[in-house]
Design a protein around this ligand. Structure first.
Ligand SMILES: [Zn+2]
Length: 210
């Protein structure tokens, strides 16, 4: 059981979240947001509660990810009922004291993500796109990277694989990794050794100009 996963600390929200969903708090310039995270889908989105210049409270739900990404619809399906319920609670209790504090969210992931373009031996065109996601230690974090990298691989429009950290303790060149194909179609996660995965890339680069 990962210890960095926030618990169901929803006492201050006045309703129970589904067991697969956690919530953290994010500070905003004029308020705060509740950030929701699914164990498998990663970050779903947030409900922002901010004050307007006229002193009113504005509550806005925002799904995470690119609108063109089919996974955004799945995130929305989980996020929407939660935001609807929380919005009605916030509207009904407004002014009746402060909610209990939630853990503050750590934005994730951060920084540059290493990528590699696999090219055709003959013409040099890109035939596959690899994204090395060393921080992807569970399904939800794979989905975080898949969401963040979506604009890149949708633009490249070549088979795209997210490759997690090397697993196990054998020789480095034989260590397997979890690999998630996200484009053009999604495939279930596979755990593959380099000698199992690399031939697929070689095949892609060799058959391109045949
Ligand atoms: Zn080619």
């Amino acid at each position: 059981m990962p210890t960095d996963r926030p618990r169901q600390e929803t006492a201050g929200l006045g309703f129970r979240l589904p067991l697969n969903i956690t919530v953290t708090r994010q500070l905003l310039p004029k308020g705060m947001a509740y950030v929701f995270r699914d164990f498998e889908l990663g970050e779903l989105g947030r409900l922002a509660v901010e004050s307007t210049p006229t002193g009113e409270t504005q509550i806005v739900s925002e799904v995470a990810g690119d609108a063109a990404d089919p996974m955004t619809q799945r995130r929305l399906e989980l996020l929407e009922p939660i935001c609807r319920e929380l919005t009605s609670i916030l509207e009904s209790v407004k002014g009746q004291g402060r909610a209990a504090p939630l853990p503050v969210r750590t934005p994730y992931p951060r920084g540059k993500v290493p990528c590699e373009e696999v090219r055709c031996d003959a013409c040099g065109q890109m035939v596959a796109f690899l994204v090395f996601v060393d921080g992807a230690t569970d399904e939800g974090r794979f989905e975080d990277y898949a969401r963040q990298m979506y604009p890149h691989y949708a633009r490249n429009n070549v088979p795209t694989y997210l490759i997690g950290p090397a697993l196990g303790s054998g020789p480095m060149e034989h260590r397997p990794a979890n690999i998630l194909k996200v484009w053009p179609q999604r495939s279930p996660m596979e755990c593959l050794q380099p000698e199992e995965f690399n031939p697929r890339l070689i095949e892609l680069s060799q058959r391109h100009c045949r």
